[in-house]
Design a binder for this molecule. Structure first.
Ligand code: HXC
Ligand code: NAP
Length: 300
């Protein structure tokens, strides 16, 4: 079981907004940011889920020295007015905002030809438009108030490669990645940094219900294609996220770090050859050497 990586006061004095902080990876990252001393505002569409998470984490960290405080504000990231409200409520409660963790997402697996027009819009609106709206609102606030803020986007490994069966998500995550890099170049002059993490599979109810439902779950083991042969632990992701939101990563911007146990690399043309047995490798080696010998003799 992985433990926290940074020292306990690593985020003391910072305030971070986490979209989608009520569930899954957003909740795990929020827990760790609080432990490191940050105040955190979590926001998403379901106020009851946010309140439950806020209560749970407050109780859990009651005896953790230096832990930050949590605020839960309802917000649909597709609605700029609700985003402005999260910003205003956060500033009213904690005095300022230093970090934005764009973690909210919508996604589901489906052959593209089965999708309606609206199915594309709903995912792109949450992931791409929502990330843009939130980054813009917080970025304007930082520029106006001369705050050297930090944005971290939770991306996916297929944001760069593309992927079948999740086309709206791939398009939206790809767009958000390029936006992050573009703004890293443009807003560097204000001291604003933007980075991203591309996680491989980290089990959460939200993702598993929509990406590995039955009968898919029984048909495919998500770990089988991963060189490290396991899924990720939430704390492993939280450690990386906290580092990228902290001043320790102060010279990093425009970067996307993959944390996937090598899953993307396993797509390499010959990476599936782990199924070849030792005896077969002996045979293959011999055959190649014979061919080399024959070709040398041909050249004489
Ligand atoms: C085809 C579907 C569909 C499906 C929804 N739609 N699910 N089409 N196959 N499985 C279509 C609907 O028919 C509808 O179009 C349109 O999408 C909008 O659906 P609604 O249910 O009305 O939308 P809404 O209630 O706003 O819900 C949004 C959602 C939902 C994105 C569809 O899944 C959601 O709330 N998701 C939030 C959490 C989430 O997705 N977490 C997973 C993130 S995991 P029509 O035209 O019929 O009206 C992730 C990980 C990636 O991103 C990498 C993992 C390894
Ligand atoms: P999750 O628990 O379903 O998280 C998605 C969050 O987004 C929920 O808290 C949801 O809350 C929020 N959300 C959805 N629509 C929203 C909207 N319109 N406005 C505001 N918030 C909204 O799934 P997860 O696995 O933790 O995913 C978190 C992030 O990790 C996502 O960006 C996902 O793409 C990324 N990711 C996950 C994996 C993985 O293996 N789990 C892998 C790669 C990338 P509400 O329903 O309350 O709005």
């Amino acid at each position: 079981m992985t433990t926290g990586m940074l020292r306990d006061d690593a985020l003391t004095g910072k305030t971070i907004i986490v979209t989608g902080g009520g569930t899954g990876l957003g909740k795990s990252m929020t827990r760790y940011l609080l432990q490191l001393g940050a105040n955190v505002t979590i926001c998403s569409r379901r106020q009851a889920v946010l309140d439950q998470t806020a209560q749970e984490l407050t109780a859990e960290l009651a005896n953790h020295p230096g832990a930050g405080k949590i605020l839960a504000v309802q917000c649909d990231v597709r609605n700029p007015m609700e985003i402005e409200n999260v910003l205003a409520e956060t500033v009213a409660q904690f005095g300022r905002v230093d970090g934005l963790l764009n973690n909210s997402a919508g996604n589901f697996i489906s052959p593209t030809e089965r999708l309606s027009y609206k199915a594309f819009d709903v995912v792109v609106d949450i992931v791409l438009r929502g990330t843009y709206y939130f980054t813009l609102a917080v970025g304007k606030y930082w520029i106006e108030n001369k705050i050297k803020g930090t944005v971290l986007n939770i991306s996916t490994t297929y944001a760069t490669t593309g992927s079948g069966y999740v086309v709206p998500s791939a398009v939206a995550k790809g767009g958000a990645l390029i936006m992050m890099k573009s703004l890293a170049a443009e807003w560097g002059k204000y001291g604003i940094r933007l980075n991203a993490i591309a996680p491989g599979p980290f089990p959460t109810k939200g993702a598993w219900d929509r990406l590995f439902p039955e009968p898919l779950a029984s048909m495919m083991d998500p770990t089988s294609r991963i060189p490290l042969k396991r899924v990720g632990e939430h704390q492993e992701l939280a450690n990386l996220a906290a580092y990228l939101l902290s001043d320790f990563s102060g010279y990093m911007t425009g970067e996307c770090i993959t944390i996937d146990g090598g899953e993307v690399l396993a797509a390499g043309e010959f990476s599936h050859l782990e199924k070849v047995t030792e005896d077969q490798w002996d045979m293959i080696g011999e055959t190649i050497k014979q061919a080399n010998k024959a070709s040398k003799q041909e050249g004489k």
